[in-house]
Design a protein around this ligand. Sequence first.
Ligand SMILES: Nc1nc2c(c(=O)[nH]1)N[C@H]1C(S)=C(S)[C@@H](COP(=O)(O)O)O[C@H]1N2
Ligand SMILES: [Mo]
Length: 327
Amino acid sequence: MGERLPRSSDAVWRVEICGAVTRPCTLPLADLQALPQSVITLDIHCVTRWSKPDVRFTGVPLADLLRRAEPVPAARFISFVARSDRWHSTSLPLDEAIELGTLAALTAEDAPLPSQHGGPVRLVVPRRYFYKSLKWLERIELLESDRLGHWEATAGYHNHADPWQEERYIAAGISKAEAAAILAQRDVSKLDLRSIDARKRDLSGLVARNALLRDADFRGGNLRAACFDGANLTNAHLQDADLREASFRDADLEGANFSRADLRGACFLGASLVAATFAEAGTLDAQAPAPVVVDRRTQFSSTSLEDLTPDQQMCVRAALDQAARDG
Ligand SMILES: Nc1nc2c(c(=O)[nH]1)N[C@H]1C(S)=C(S)[C@@H](COP(=O)(O)O)O[C@H]1N2
Ligand SMILES: [Mo]
């Protein structure tokens, strides 16, 4: 997820340790490979709700690298910077980074890390959402005060990122009363309404083109003929909503939940459906696919359907086939 590849460069890979340290140093990849390697097995949790259990990584513990660089006593935070076009970064409190057992990983599942997954060297931070596990590690910088990382600064990702506390997103800075007033206008195009609470609201005909609605809560609402074209609805909650004739063209629906919503006449063409839910896990059954409420007007691109997990795909396809047969 996120960036696909490192910045292209012919320079040999090295990891620099700098900032509030007594001995700044640079370690070529070969040196990292020659250091004692640790093994950890952990469960990956992406903030958008996909998980991958029991993944085995080997690499050099961050604590060992820091011992060489000797952070000064005033160092409190640690920023990790990627060799990528946007200089992607993330940060952790220094003591936490060590306590969590952070690893500069060189292999996954006993094979060298593929470039797409952060090779030749990525960070692996146990017990934090996976956005703290920076790919293509190039620089480790010790800091006296924190510097927010890319997702934390631009997308409202929670800076602490503890999956067991579900520390996913920070809400946009608007009060409930302000949110209600804005929604009453019926046009929220391009606005940042992250994590807005719009449960059970009558918002039929809402226009939310290109709006930022990450983690927004529309459960049980009336959203008939609403337009969410191009909107970011990552992890949005749309369970039990009336979405008849609603449009989600080219919307980012990663991790969004549409369980039991009425999708008759809804349009999902070009939408990204990675890890989206149309039928909750408890209701999945290969013999009798959970009911997904669609009709023959409901539209999905076949490429978007392929983003879904196999069980979600099966439910949606079964419902679409049934609707086509019913005419
Ligand atoms: N350099 C860099 N590292 C990154 C990201 C990114 O966009 N750039 N995305 C993060 C996020 S959100 C996730 S879920 C994981 C995805 O790792 P994977 O591609 O190996 O699954 O990488 C994390 N590290
Ligand atoms: Mo992610």
